[in-house]
Design a protein around this ligand. Structure first.
Ligand code: FES
Length: 110
């Protein structure tokens, strides 16, 4: 596993959804004030791009069928039937970093 920088914390506004490529993998970043959540870009329901969703900084909503998740841990809320995978993130000297599992990089390359 490796940490990858995705930019300065002050580039993310609260609730903003932004897709980036990290180590060849698409990751959706969500601004949350003092940190950033990092999740896969597609909804676990029917693969709708979550970048079109809505976020208040705490809850993420997929606009297709309104599944919702807590961004603290990816747990489903209400009608959502599956959790979100969460990538570990950290802020080091004002830079946001994401921990990407090596297995995902290998999957992409194979
Ligand atoms: S595709 Fe996201 S809730 Fe159905």
């Amino acid at each position: 596993m490796s940490w990858y920088s995705v930019g300065s914390l002050n580039e993310f506004t609260d609730g903003e959804l932004k897709t980036v490529e990290v180590a060849g993998i698409q990751v959706l970043l969500v601004g949350r004030g003092e940190d950033v959540a990092a999740i896969p870009p597609m909804c676990p329901h029917l693969e709708e791009p979550l970048v079109h969703g809505m976020c208040d900084g705490r809850l993420l909503t997929c606009m297709k069928h309104l599944w919702q998740w807590e961004l603290d841990d990816g747990s489903p809320v209400g009608a959502a039937e599956a959790p979100l995978k969460m990538y570990a993130t950290r802020v080091v000297d004002g830079q946001v970093e994401i921990l990407v599992e090596q297995e995902l990089i290998y999957e992409r390359e194979s």
